[in-house]
Design a protein around this ligand. Structure first.
Ligand code: GDG
Length: 472
C-alpha cells in the first residue's frame, strides 16, 4: 500500500494558499499564512512534493509565478503551488458571499447569520468551475485529487462529469450540521450532489459524519449508516471521521528549545502577575470570544482573590474583514475588554491584555508555554488546533475546552465546559487554576500520548489508506 501510494502524485486543492507573496523593502517576500488548514497540510506537502492549487490573494502573488501561474514554495524550492486568479466580483460573490455568508454560518448552525443571495450562488458555481478547470489542465493519469473544505463542495462533481475516472476525495474542515440547518440552503441538493461525486469524504468527528449521512438520505441517496456508505446516481461514496492531528514532534521539540523557553519566561515576567491565562482565535462568531469575556468578568467577580494575581491575554487574528458582521463583532469585543478593565483594574494591574493582529505560529508558541491555562470556548468548531498545540508544549498547564469544539470528542483530559454557561466557565477557570500538580501532570500525559499517536502523519496516512481502499 505504502509503495503504491508513493507512486501517485497528490494534487491538493483548497481555497486558502499556504504562502503569499508581498512587496517589502523594494523587493518581494514570501510569507507563510496562518490558519488551521494550511498549517496542517504544508508540512505534509513539503514531504510529498505534490501540486497544491489555491487562490492567489497576496498583492505580489502573480509577480512571482511562471506563465502557468506556478511557483515553488517554500522559498522557490519545495513543492509546486499553482495560483488561481479571482476577479473582484468573484471574490465578493464566491468568497465573502456564498462561502462565508452561507456555507460557513450554516455549517456552524448559525442559521440567522446566513444570506442566501442568488448572485452569491452563481459566483460560487462559477469559481468552483474555475478551480475544477485548473485541476483538469494539470491532471495526469493516476493522480489523487484531494479537495479541501466548504469553498469547493462542487469541485468533485465537475471533475467527475468531465473526467469520470478521476480519483477524488474531500476533507471537510468545519462541522457538518443537522438537516434542520442544512435544508435552509436553497441549493442544498446541488451541494450534496457535488460532494457525493467524490469517492471518499471525511470529517473531523462521528457527529459530523452522522449529520452528513442524514442529509444525503434526505436528498434521496441510499445510505448504509453502519458501513458509512452512500449510494447515489450509480456511484458509491465512503464517508469517514478522521480527526486532524498536529505535528506533535515539532511542538514537543520546540518546547525543549532554549531560545523558546527564554521567550516564554520573558512573556511571563512582563505581566507581573503570578498567573497567566491565554487565548488566541481568528475573529469569528464561532470562536466564542464574547462568551469567554463574559466568563472572565464573572470569574473576577466570583473569585476576587485572583484580582491583581492573574492576567488574561487575548490575541485576536483579523479575519474576513470585508464582512460587516465581523467588523461589528470586533467593536463589541473591544468594548467588553474596556469594560472589564475599567471595572477591575487596580494600580498597575490590568486584568485583560488584548492584541489585534495575526502573528506567525512561532510567535504564539512562547505564549502557549507561558500560560497556566488556555481558554478555548468555541460555540462550535470543526476541530480547533490551538487546543492541541497548547497541550503539546505544556508541562504543567491546564486546558479549558468547550464541549462544542470537535477536539472535545478526543480530549477527555481537558476541563470541558458549555461556553454559554457563564457560571460554569468561571468555575472551570477556577478549577483549572486550583488543580493539584499531580492531577495536571496526569491529565497532560494522557493528552500528550494521544496527540503523539494521532498526529498529522497518522492523519495523512489514515486518510490516504482509507481513500485508496475505496478502489479495491
Ligand atoms: C479551520 C476550522 C479546524 C498562526 N498564527 C495565528 C494562528 N496560527 C495557527 C495556529 C493554528 C491555526 O493557525 C488555527 O487553527 P484552528 O483549528 O484553531 O482554526 P481555523 O483557522 O478556524 O480552522 C477548525 C481547522 O480548520 C483544521 O481543520 O481545526 O475547526 O475552523 O495552527 O497555530 N491562529 C490564530 N492567530 C494567529 O495569529 N488564531
Amino acid at each position: 500500500m505504502e509503495a503504491e501510494l508513493k507512486q501517485k502524485r497528490l494534487v491538493l486543492v483548497s481555497n486558502g494558499e499556504p504562502y503569499k507573496h508581498v512587496y517589502q523593502n523594494q523587493g518581494i517576500k514570501q510569507q507563510k499564512l496562518a490558519g488551521g488548514l494550511t498549517t496542517g497540510l504544508d508540512p505534509m506537502m513539503q514531504e510529498d512534493n505534490g501540486l497544491w492549487i489555491a487562490w492567489g490573494r497576496g498583492e505580489a502573488d502573480f509577480e512571482v509565478v511562471d506563465q502557468d501561474n506556478k511557483v515553488k514554495v517554500p522559498d522557490n524550492d519545495g513543492y509546486t503551488l499553482k495560483r488561481v486568479k479571482l476577479s473582484e466580483e468573484e471574490k465578493n460573490g464566491f468568497y465573502y458571499g456564498f462561502s462565508n455568508e452561507v456555507m460557513w454560518p450554516i455549517s456552524h448552525t448559525f442559521i440567522s447569520k446566513a444570506n442566501y443571495k442568488e448572485d452569491y450562488w452563481l459566483n460560487y458555481k462559477q469559481v468552483n468551475q474555475k478551480y475544477a478547470e485548473s485541476v483538469l489542465d494539470e491532471l495526469q493519469e493516476d493522480d489523487l485529487v484531494w479537495i479541501h473544505d466548504y469553498h469547493l463542495a462542487l469541485v468533485p462533481g465537475i471533475l467527475k462529469e468531465e473526467k469520470p475516472e478521476t480519483k477524488t476525495s474531500l476533507f471537510w474542515h468545519i462541522p457538518w450540521p443537522a438537516w434542520e440547518a442544512f435544508r435552509t440552503i436553497p441549493w442544498r441538493k446541488e451541494i450534496i450532489e457535488g460532494m457525493l461525486a467524490a469517492d471518499f469524504l471525511a470529517f473531523h468527528t462521528d457527529l459530523f459524519v452522522y449529520n452528513f449521512l442524514s442529509c444525503a438520505e434526505k436528498i434521496g441517496a441510499e445510505v448504509n449508516f453502519s458501513e458509512k456508505e452512500v449510494y447515489y446516481q450509480g456511484a458509491k461514496t465512503r464517508v469517514e471521521s478522521i480527526p486532524l492531528g498536529i505535528d506533535y514532534q515539532k511542538f514537543s521539540n520546540l518546547a525543549q528549545d532554549e531560545d523558546y523557553l527564554a521567550k516564554a519566561k520573558e512573556i511571563k515576567s512582563s505581566y507581573e502577575t503570578e498567573k497567566l491565562i491565554f487565548a488566541v482565535d481568528r475573529l469569528d462568531y464561532t470562536k466564542g470570544i464574547e462568551e469567554r469575556l463574559a466568563g472572565i468578568d464573572k470569574f473576577f467577580e466570583k473569585y476576587p482573590e485572583y484580582q491583581c494575581e492573574l492576567t488574561f491575554v487575548q490575541r485576536v487574528a483579523p479575519s474576513r474583514t470585508g464582512i460587516e458582521e465581523y467588523q461589528q463583532m470586533k467593536e463589541r469585543i473591544e468594548k467588553k475588554v474596556g469594560e472589564i478593565n475599567g471595572k477591575y483594574q487596580k494600580d498597575k494591574w490590568q486584568p485583560v491584555k488584548y492584541f489585534y493582529g495575526s502573528v506567525p505560529q512561532e510567535d504564539l508558541l512562547p505564549y502557549y508555554k507561558a500560560a497556566d491555562l488556555a481558554l478555548i470556548t468555541a460555540s462550535i468548531d470543526g476541530m480547533n488546533l490551538v487546543a492541541k498545540e497548547y497541550l503539546a508544549v505544556q508541562d504543567s498547564g491546564v486546558l479549558l475546552l468547550s464541549e462544542f469544539a470537535g477536539a472535545a470528542e478526543y480530549l477527555d483530559s481537558a476541563i470541558q465546559v458549555n461556553p454559554y454557561n457563564t457560571e460554569e466557565l468561571a468555575d472551570g477557570i477556577y478549577q483549572g487554576l486550583e488543580m493539584p500538580a499531580a492531577e495536571k501532570k496526569e491529565r497532560l500525559e494522557q493528552a500528550q500520548a494521544d496527540l503523539k499517536e494521532y498526529d498529522i502523519n497518522w492523519w495523512r496516512d489514515y486518510f490516504l489508506e482509507n481513500w485508496i481502499d475505496c478502489y479495491e
